[in-house]
Design a protein around this ligand. Structure first.
Ligand SMILES: CC(C)(COP(=O)(O)OP(=O)(O)OC[C@H]1O[C@@H](n2cnc3c(N)ncnc32)[C@H](O)[C@@H]1OP(=O)(O)O)[C@@H](O)C(=O)NCCC(=O)NCCSC(=O)c1cc(O)c2ccccc2c1O
Length: 151
């Protein structure tokens, strides 16, 4: 599991004063990028086509349980899981204004610790030359093993 913390800014919100739904997925992707960076992945290279592969998102879904407002401090739990030699899924839980330590321990003690949103992204590794699926590179399988849930 990786924990990312981020404040909500005015630019993240819509006319109703809550985080715009698409921005919530964007914040999930920011958390993924932070998890890659903190593991030592060169994100500038990872998101370019210089390595000969890309890992586009083929599926994304999100459930919203409580609104998130400007000034809220988010704690985002990032839980990646390898699905096959070619693909992986990331489960995200977004909490607001709670202790990061509790989220890191996966403790949901009371209503305050219930997630505001839960999201999933599914990623497939493809070769940039022919856009056909190709095996996940070693660095990514190591990243997945490092942050995947342990039984
Ligand atoms: C990715 C594709 C080229 C796959 O094509 P196709 O489906 O024909 O391939 P396969 O049949 O061989 O399937 C491969 C593999 O994918 C799984 N899959 C395919 N579709 C889905 C789906 N909708 N939901 C779930 N899973 C799906 C399938 O089950 C197979 O899995 P296995 O594990 O069983 O092998 C093609 O689908 C494609 O090009 N899609 C468009 C992708 C796209 O444009 N997405 C938009 C956003 S891109 C993006 O957000 C993005 C994010 C990043 O973090 C990146 C990081 C690094 C580089 C680029 C990034 C990026 O672009």
């Amino acid at each position: 599991m990786y924990i990312h913390q981020r404040q909500i800014y005015f630019k993240d919100t819509d006319a109703a004063g809550v985080v715009y739904f698409a921005n919530a997925l964007s914040i999930c992707h920011e958390s993924y990028e932070a998890a890659l960076r903190d593991f030592g992945v060169d994100v500038r290279e990872f998101f370019s086509d210089r390595g000969g592969y890309a890992v586009p998102i083929v599926h994304a879904e999100i459930d919203f349980y409580q609104p998130v407002f400007c000034g809220d401090r988010l704690v985002i739990q990032v839980l990646p899981e390898q699905r096959s030699l070619y693909s992986f899924q990331i489960n995200y839980q977004i909490f607001a204004n709670c202790e990061a330590d509790l989220v890191a321990q996966d403790i949901q003690l009371n209503a305050k610790q219930k997630p505001c949103a839960k999201a999933i992204t599914q990623h497939v590794c493809i070769s940039t030359s022919d856009r056909r699926k190709t095996e996940l590179p070693d660095q990514l399988t190591q990243w997945l093993a490092n942050y995947s849930p342990t039984d």
